[in-house]
Design a protein around this ligand. Structure first.
Ligand SMILES: Nc1ncnc2c1ncn2[C@@H]1O[C@H](COP(=O)(O)OP(=O)(O)O)[C@@H](O)[C@H]1O
Ligand SMILES: [Mg+2]
Length: 264
């Protein structure tokens, strides 16, 4: 089952979950599972709410609920940049379940490279020295879906877009994962995708924002209400309106911590 399959949400809600392992580089209880329903089998991530470490700066709701809310926002914007994500019961109680995205080893969209190795057209965002004192560049791909994901992060107010949270699926799609700390009402944008700062949004991103803006006037607020606060829904509406009013990628705040650390 591909993340773009329109039946994936239903499948994730109804499928039988079987835990196969724990993702080692994950900070919370993040479990890798097999899921099957009606003869269809796939892999998914299951993050039980019970395994969440409380965060002082995200006191409301749950990280699992924020992941589902982020998916609902992307879906309402008409983009497939976040794999289908649902809230459901699992072996360790309620949690978020997200379809697994198959990727190919070494096929990265964000990387740390020697300056001469940065692929043509990639956007450098940070120059540093590696642990041997040699120059290194944190850079990312400049393809259209990554640019739309970067704009989506602005309205999601993503506080943790690390390099390892931008996946290049073997189906050719670009997918963002790990949206547990999104949608806060205060500005917390922290991302590695700063490559377009100060530039105009591409038409695809503007179109997605218009679609999202329309959804915010109909059913989306009710869909989001179980997962984030009313103030956070209002803040989302304001961020969408502001970005449509001035459709330019924001610049990093030099006073803040605009890049997540570690960056992967
Ligand atoms: N839906 C997914 N498909 C493929 N890989 C995923 C998916 N979700 C997470 N991963 C991989 O697992 C790692 C850990 O998951 P993540 O969501 O970042 O967990 P945590 O919230 O604990 O940081 C990610 O960096 C990514 O490499
Ligand atoms: Mg993570």
């Amino acid at each position: 089952m591909l993340p773009t399959d329109p039946h994936a949400g239903e499948f994730l809600l109804r499928g039988a979950l079987e835990i196969e392992g724990r993702l080692v580089d994950a900070s919370n209880a993040t479990l890798f599972c097999a899921i099957d329903h009606d003869g269809v089998a796939a892999k998914c991530v299951y993050k039980p709410i019970r395994g969440e470490r409380p965060l002082w700066d995200f006191p409301d709701g749950t990280l699992a609920g924020r992941e589902v809310a982020a998916y609902l926002v992307a879906h309402a914007a008409g983009v497939t940049l976040i794999p289908p994500t649902v809230l459901r019961e699992g072996p360790f109680g309620p949690g978020m379940v997200q379809l697994w995205v198959d990727t190919k080893e070494g096929d990265d969209l964000v990387d740390v490279l020697a300056p001469d190795d940065v692929p043509q057209g990639w956007r450098p965002i940070l120059h540093a020295l590696d642990r041997f004192g040699d120059p290194a560049v944190l850079a990312h791909s400049d393809t259209a879906p990554v640019a739309v994901l970067s704009a989506l992060d602005v309205v999601l107010n993503n506080a943790d877009r690390k390099g390892g949270h931008v996946l290049h699926g073997t189906d050719g799609g670009v997918y963002g994962v790990d949206h547990g700390i999104c949608l806060h009402q205060e500005n917390k944008l922290r991302t590695v995708l700063w490559g377009w700062a100060g530039e105009a949004l591409p038409d695809e991103a503007v179109d997605a924002l218009h679609t999202l803006n329309a959804a915010l006037k109909t059913t989306l607020p009710d869909e989001l209400a179980p997962h984030i606060t009313r103030a956070e829904i209002a803040a989302l509406r304001s961020r969408v309106a502001a970005l449509l009013g001035a459709p330019v990628y924001p610049e990093p705040d030099p006073e803040g911590r605009p890049i997540p650390w570690p960056a992967f």
